[in-house]
Write a protein that binds this ligand. Structure first.
Ligand code: NDP
Length: 450
C-alpha cells in the first residue's frame, strides 16, 4: 500500500524528490491507522491528500538597480484546507521549485493540525535570491510577486508568512502592495512588524518552540537542558532564537552556520555574541565567518564540497538543533551524532534529516523530535497573530509566550499519546504523523468528497 501510493506520486511527478520523501515518511507512519479504519482507504483519503487543492505558478518580472530586467518564478501551493484557511510560509531561495514547495506544504498540513489551531496547509515562494540584493531591489521584487499573489490569498482564504529568505523586511513590502491593491487592512500575512499588526514573540516562536519541545522530551527522562552542549545549524531566524532560548535554559550552544561554513565556539555563544550574530545577519546581512573574526577563539570551517559529511555534526554534544534547511543531516552525519553520544535531536528546520538518518535515530532510541512537531511553534504564534488581528487587539509578550509553551507541551503530549495508541511508544515521528493525519482526515470525511 505504501508502495502503491508512492508509485502514483512518483509516476505523476518523477522529479519531485523531496515531495516523494515527505510522502513516504508520512505514509509509512499512518499505515496502522488505515488498517484500523478501512473507510479511509475506501474514501481514497491518501490519494486525495497527496494532490494539492490548487497550485498557482506565475511570472515575477522585476528591475534591478542598474535598470536590468529579471524574471523569476512565483508559486503558491494550496495543499489542504479541511481544518482552516491555507497557512504556511513563503520561501525565497534559488533552490525553490515545485517539488520542494509541495513537500513543505504537505508537511505543513499535518504540522498545523497538531497545533490545535484552525489552520489548513500551504506553502509558496520563488527562486529569487535575496542575498546580495539591495533593499530597493528586494522591495521591487516583493511588489511584483504580490501583484499576482494578491488575487489568490485573503485573511479567510490563505494566509502566507515568512520562511527562508523571507523575514520582517520582505513581509513588510509584500503587505504594503497587498494593501494598496485591495484597499484593505487585514491580517492577510503573518510575521508583520509589531506596530502594524504583528504579534509579540512571532519572530522568536519557532526557535523558542523547538527548545520548549526539546525540554519536554528530556522531561520524560527527568532530565533538563541545563549544562547541555548544543549544536545549532543555520544562523537565520530559527537558529538565532533557538540559541536565545537555550541560554534561558542555561544550556551551552557552541555552533552556528550558513551556506558557506560554520563556527565552533567551545566557550559557548553567550548573549553578547548572539547580539553580534543578530546584527550581522539581520542588519549587515553578512556571513557567519565574521563571527570568528570578532571572537578569535571560535573556529570557522568553510564548507568543503569534497567531504561526504558535515563536520558541524561531528562535535561531541548532548543535543543537536538542525535549523537551516532540508536534508542537512545525511546518514553519515546521523551516525556521527549517535556515535558521539547525542541524547536529543530536535528539528527546527523542515525535514533536515534524510530518511536513513531518521531510521538511525529511531533505532538508537535517542530523543528525536521531527520538525513537524518540534518547529510548530512558529505557525502556532502565526495562528495567534491571526486571532489578535481579527479581534483587533494585541496580547502582551508573557501571554503569547505562555500560550506558545502550552501549545508546545500539548503537541508533545499529543505525539506521545498517539504513538502509544498505535503501538510505538516514544516514537515522535509516528506520533506526530498519526495525530496530524487523524485530525485532518476526520474533517475531510465530515465534509464529503470535495
Ligand atoms: P532564514 O532565511 O532566516 O535562515 C536560514 C539559514 O539557513 C541561513 O543561515 C542560511 O544560510 C541557512 N541555509 C539555507 N539554505 C541552506 C543550504 N542549502 N545549506 C546550508 N545552509 C543553508 O530561514 P529560517 O531560519 O526562517 O528557516 C530555517 C529552517 O526552519 C527552514 O527549514 C524553514 O523551513 C524552517 N522553519 C522556519 C520557520 C519560521 O518561522 N521561520 C517555521 C518552521 C520551520 P545562508 O544565509 O548562507 O543561505
Amino acid at each position: 500500500m505504501k508502495e502503491d501510493i508512492l508509485k502514483v506520486v512518483k509516476d505523476k511527478d518523477p522529479n519531485e524528490r523531496e515531495f516523494h520523501q515527505a510522502v513516504g515518511e508520512v505514509v509509512e507512519s499512518i499505515m496502522p491507522v488505515l488498517d484500523r479504519f478501512p473507510e479511509y482507504r475506501k474514501a481514497k483519503i491518501l490519494e486525495r491528500l497527496v494532490e494539492p487543492d490548487r497550485v498557482i505558478l506565475f511570472r515575477v518580472p522585476w528591475m534591478d538597480d542598474r535598470g536590468e530586467v529579471h524574471v523569476n518564478r512565483g508559486f503558491r501551493v494550496e495543499m489542504n484546507n479541511a481544518i482552516g484557511p491555507y497557512k504556511g510560509g513563503l520561501r525565497f531561495h534559488p533552490s525553490v521549485n515545485l517539488g520542494i514547495l509541495k513537500f513543505l506544504a504537505f508537511e505543513q498540513v499535518f504540522k498545523n493540525a497538531l497545533t490545535t489551531l484552525p489552520m489548513g496547509g500551504g506553502k509558496g515562494g520563488s527562486d529569487f535570491d535575496p542575498k546580495g540584493k539591495s533593499d530597493t531591489e528586494v522591495m521591487r521584487f516583493c511588489q511584483s510577486f504580490m501583484c499576482e499573489l494578491f488575487r489568490h490569498i485573503g485573511p479567510n482564504t490563505d494566509v502566507p508568512a515568512g520562511d527562508i529568505g523571507v523575514g520582517a523586511r520582505e513581509i513588510g513590502y509584500l503587505f504594503g502592495m497587498y494593501k494598496k491593491l485591495t484597499n484593505e487592512f487585514t491580517g492577510v500575512l503573518t510575521g508583520k512588524n509589531l506596530n502594524w499588526g504583528g504579534s509579540l514573540i512571532r519572530p522568536e516562536a519557532t526557535g523558542y518552540g523547538s527548545v520548549y519541545f526539546a525540554s519536554e522530551m528530556l522531561g520524560t527522562q527527568n532530565k533538563t537542558l541545563e549544562g547541555k552542549i548544543c549544536l545549532v545549524s543555520g544562523s537565520g531566524n530559527v537558529a538565532q532564537f533557538t540559541v536565545e532560548k537555550l541560554l534561558d535554559f542555561n544550556a551551552l550552544p557552541v555552533t552556528l552556520s550558513d551556506s558557506s561554513g560554520y563556527i565552533f565556539d567551545e566557550e559557548g555563544i553567550d548573549r553578547e555574541k548572539l547580539s553580534f550574530v543578530k546584527r550581522l545577519k539581520n542588519v549587515k546581512r553578512g556571513r557567519i565567518k565574521e563571527y570568528a573574526d570578532a571572537y578569535p577563539k571560535a573556529v570557522y570551517t568553510p564548507v568543503d564540497p569534497a567531504l561526504d559529511y558535515n563536520p558541524l555534526w561531528n562535535h561531541k554534544a548532548h543535543c543537536a538543533f538542525p535549523s537551516a534547511t532540508q536534508n542537512e543531516i545525511n546518514e553519515k552525519d546521523a551516525r556521527n551524532l549517535v556515535q558521539n553520544g547525542v541524547e536529543v535531536v530536535c528539528e527546527g528546520a523542515n525535514m533536515p534529516t534524510v530518511p536513513e538518518g531518521v531510521d538511525l535515530f529511531l533505532d538508537s532510541h535517542i530523543l528525536y523530535g521531527p520538525g513537524k512537531a518540534a518547529n510548530a511553534g512558529g505557525v502556532s504564534v502565526s495562528g495567534l497573530e491571526m486571532t489578535q488581528n481579527s479581534m483587533r487587539l494585541s496580547w502582551a509578550r508573557e501571554e503569547v509566550d505562555q500560550r506558545l509553551q502550552m501549545i508546545m507541551r500539548s503537541i508533545h503530549r499529543t505525539c506521545l499519546d498517539a504513538a502509544v495508541a498505535y503501538g510505538a511508544p516514544g516514537n515522535y515521528v509516528r506520533g506526530a504523523n498519526i495525530a496530524g493525519f487523524v485530525k485532518v482526515v476526520e474533517a475531510m470525511m465530515d465534509q464529503g468528497l470535495v
